[in-house]
Structures are given as C-alpha cells and as structure tokens.
Design a protein around this ligand. Sequence first.
Ligand code: HEM
Ligand code: NAG
Length: 574
Amino acid sequence: MAVPPGLMLVAKKLPTRVFPAAAAFIVFISVLRLGFHIYPSYWAQALLFLFLFPISLTVYRYGQLWSVLHRARARGAVLPPNVPSERLAGLDLIRKMKENDASGYFGEKMEKDTELWGNTHGLEIMFLRRVVSNEPEHVKAILATDFTSFEKGKVFFEQQETLLGTGVFNSDGEMWNKERISHFEIFNRHAEDMIIQAKERLRDGYAIDFQDLVARFTLDSATEFLFGHDFKSLSAVLVGLRAGAGQVVAARRAGEYWRLFEFWKNGIEDEMRVIDGFLRPIIMEAAQKNKGADDKGREDESLLEHMARLTQDYNVLKDETLNIMLAGRDTTSSTLTFCLYMLSQHPNVMKRLREEILSVVGDNRGPSIEELREMKYLRAVINETLRLFPVVPLNSRTSVKDTVFPGLKPGQKPWFIPKGTLCVYSIWQMHRRTDLWGPDGAISFCFPGADANDTAPHAALDFDPDRFLDARLKKYLTPNPFIFLPFNAGPRICLGQQFAYNELSFMLVRLLQAFSGVELAPDAQPAWSHPPKEWKNKGGRAPVEKIWPRSHLTLYSKGGLWVRMTEAKDLNGA
Ligand code: HEM
Ligand SMILES: *[C@@H]1O[C@H](CO)[C@@H](O)[C@H](O)[C@H]1NC(C)=O
C-alpha cells in the first residue's frame, strides 16, 4: 500500500516548518523555568507555541534569505529581480496565472513580468523560489554548459514518476534516428488511412477536427513503431488515451503541493492500472520471444523487440515503451496541427510548399529519404511552425547545487541560482523575441493597418518560413543556435528529432498532394474555444490569432482545429 501523497508531503515539510518553532519553544520555556522560576500552565504553553510558530517560520525564512545573499555575494553575483507579490505566499500571483489560463493569451502574464523585470527574473510562490527565463545564454547554461548543476527536477520528477517511471533509454537513441525504410512504410499506411478518412468526412459536407484526426494518426504510427504489426490497434489506442489522461493529471500538478490536492490518493494510479492490464501480456510475450535472441536484430523489428533483447525486466520495458509513446505522440500531432493552422492563414506559403512537393515527389506516392532532404522549403515551414508554436512551450529544471547564470554584457554581474531553485524556461517566449529574431521581415500583420511596405518592428511574430532560408538565417540563428530550441539541447536533447522531422515531412507531403487548400471552419469550432474578443486589444500575436493555443505539458489548440480542405484535382482519379 503506497503512502498517501498528502501525508508524504506533510512528513517531508515537518522538520523545517515545525522544528524551528519547537526549538524556540523549548528554549523559551527553559529560560522561564530555570531563569525566572515561572511555570506556565498547559494552556499558556499551547498558546505560546502557537504564537512562536509564525515568528520562528519568519525567522527561519529570513535566515535562509540571508544565507542566499551571503553565498551570492561570495560569488560576486546578484539575485534575479523578484516579481513582487502583494499577498502572503504569492497567492495573488497564482490568481493571475489562473486568470491568464482561463481567458488570456498563452504566456501573456509571463510576457508582462518579462517587460517589467527582465528576461530572467524571480518568482516566489508558496514559499518556493523559482527563476523564470527566456534568455538563450541562461537556457544554454541549464541545458548544456552547466548541465550537471541541474536535474530534471526533484519536483518535476516526483510529479511525473508515477506515470513516466524511471526510464533511461538513451542507448536506444540510434534505434529511431536511423532512417529505416520500415518507418516510411508505417508512415505511408497511416497517412493514407488518415487522408481517406478526412476525404470521406469532407465529401459528406462536414468540417473536420484536424487535431483529433492527426492525434490518432500519430498514435497509430507510434504504437506500431513501438509494438510492431501484431499489436491490436484498438488496445493500443486505449493505452494511448489512458496514458494521455494520466499526462493531463500530471500537467495539472504545479510545484510539490499537488499532494495537497491529491491528498489520499494518487490521481494517476487508476490510469496506470488500466495501462498495465493492456501492456503486461504484450510485453511479457516480447520478453519471452526475444530472450537470448541474437544481438543483430531484424531490420523491421519493433522498438519493444529491440529492447526485449537487451532486458527482460517488465518494469523497465513498460516504462521505456510508455515514455516513448508519450514523447512521440502529442509532440508530432501538435506540430502538424499548428502547421496546418498556419497554412490556413498563409495561402501563399501553402501554394509554394505544394509546388515544391509536386516538383520533387510528384502527386501520387510518398517521398523517399533523399527527396525529403531535398525539400528545403518543407523543412523551413516545419521549423517556422516549431518556432512560433513550440510543442513544449515551457519546461523546467531544478538546481542541485549553488550556481550562477552568466552576466550578459561585459562587467555585468552574474545571477545567483541557489541550490534547489526551480528554473522555468520559456521556449515560447524566447522564440518570439524581436531582439533575437530580428525586426526585419516583409510583413507585419500583427498590427492593424500595416501593409507590405511598413517596416515591421515585430516581424518576429510573423509566420515567415523564409527566415530559415534567406540572409536572416546567417544573421540571427547561425551565430546563436540557442535561440531555437524546439527539441531542447545538450545531453537530454530529444531523441526522436530525426524521426519526428521524417514523420512530419512525410505526413505534410501526402496531405498536400491530396489537398490544395485549407481554411478554418469557425462555424464548426465550438463557441467556447473561439479566441475572446478582448484579444483584439492585446499585444503580441493575440490580435491575429484565430485559435486558442494552450498547453498541458504539450501545446494544443483549445476545442480542436476545425477545418475544411479543398481536394486537389486529378489525383488518383479522385
Ligand atoms: C515535433 C516533434 C517533437 C518535439 C518538438 C519534441 C521535443 C522534445 C523535447 C523538448 C524534449 C525534452 C524534454 C525535457 O527533457 O524536458 C524531448 C525529449 C524526448 N523526446 Fe521528443 N519531441 C518530438 C518528437 C519525438 C518523437 C517522435 C520521439 C520518439 C519516437 C521523441 C522521443 C523523445 C525522447 C525519448 C525524449 C527524452 C530524451 C531524454 O530525456 O533523454 N520525441 N522531445
Ligand atoms: C531547421 O532546424 C533544424 C534544427 O535547428 C536545423 O538543423 C535545420 O538546418 C533547419 N532547417 C531549415 C531549412 O531551416
């Protein structure tokens, strides 16, 4: 029987929260008794203890702060400026975040904090010190140059471990980064299935929810890649969905105080039991079959078979497969969703991309690996989608020792990051910074009345794939690759990056062969998911956004992405 999460938290917090009061109490009582021969009643003692509680906590906290300042000074560093809070424990900040989540544009609150307090600033909520950053130099420190000072985060880890287990599967990276023919066969089958389904719905006169459709496509591909052909598709989908539900619970958890809201029962346990029921027979069979199999493996073996040759441990195999399913599923479908959204808003890009596809691959078969490499504009469109809509818009690490973020200008003091700081980094914000991506660009549709001749001070907010191909590439990205991190960086960079580019490219090729136009279907989009009217008066991309981007670990379009698409003529005798 597992210990209830809430009790675990209380037990963990007890020493630092209660002991200072207890110690002060004992000293106080001793002084009264021994020094002054005063013997207070039990009631007086209880009252005294209650009285000492907030005082000792305050003293304890100031002691901590003093120690932090002292350590910072010793390194010639300063603390990042804190976003001020008007309420105890930063409750007002929590309220503002909730408001942002309910009706604001994604990341808007953080954007405001950044304007006032800088690209790297502090935020204290529930007495937990965090640092929030969208500064490439600092993200680079976290992920690469000062990697060993950070861990995925005790807090993050505790939040995730009941779902993600403790899988470490770096050694298997080559497995899906090698461009395997079998992958392309999988993509092709599922892409064709998906396009047929889309055509049927559209021909019947309905709009389709592309986000939903494409999520099923990537789930099918991912499970087939993981478990092989024999895996029963229905149960695969169920496992995926249950795991997805667990993921949502995990995402709701903020900091370590999630235990208070799931005090007696871990919200993910039930989901895990269901997933276990499906996976156990499949994994056990693979483990049995591949035990002692020779090391080479077949070209078309599934990832599970591959891993089952290395270990027969059920828990390891389960964690690994689940990890990869979650890592590969929402990420790819989210990118495809936002890519189609952008194509719907930029018919000129759609047209040019189709021309590239038709001239390189033609209109009636999937692309080869070489053809994918040749299609530069396709890559640029994918990159530009990942820039404006990075699948993992917010991420975090926790410092495991005192360290510093480097100063940005000569002579600028470094920022002190004490041990145990939750460092949140916003890829979303970093990808939209004009000072990093340049004010140069052709259009500035973000500002009403702007036309093609206007200089575009906020061109970084425009969807403009050419920035990855023209002079701007050498000007901005090449000298500073850390401004673009959709796949993270450093030792824990996404292992599926190549696989993802291939899957995305393949799907887009097949899709644009089949369809020549796409437009949003606001009539089909649920009313509660339309962007609120107030967005028209906000800064950034909010005024031009036609959908509502949100995130639970990964980015998605609230209420789906409802579209109508025009079938291309003369295709397969359609
Ligand atoms: C557009 C698609 C994708 C994007 C944007 C993406 C992004 C990311 C990011 C940001 C991380 C780092 C998370 C962190 O450490 O906090 C990550 C990790 C990972 N991704 Fe992806 N991913 C994508 C697709 C895939 C696919 C298709 C697979 C597998 C088939 C995959 C497998 C992994 C794995 C295994 C990790 C964990 C690496 C580690 O922790 O050592 N990803 N991905
Ligand atoms: C897209 O981004 C990736 C990852 O940063 C980069 O390696 C690649 O060169 C980019 N390609 C294009 C065409 O922009």
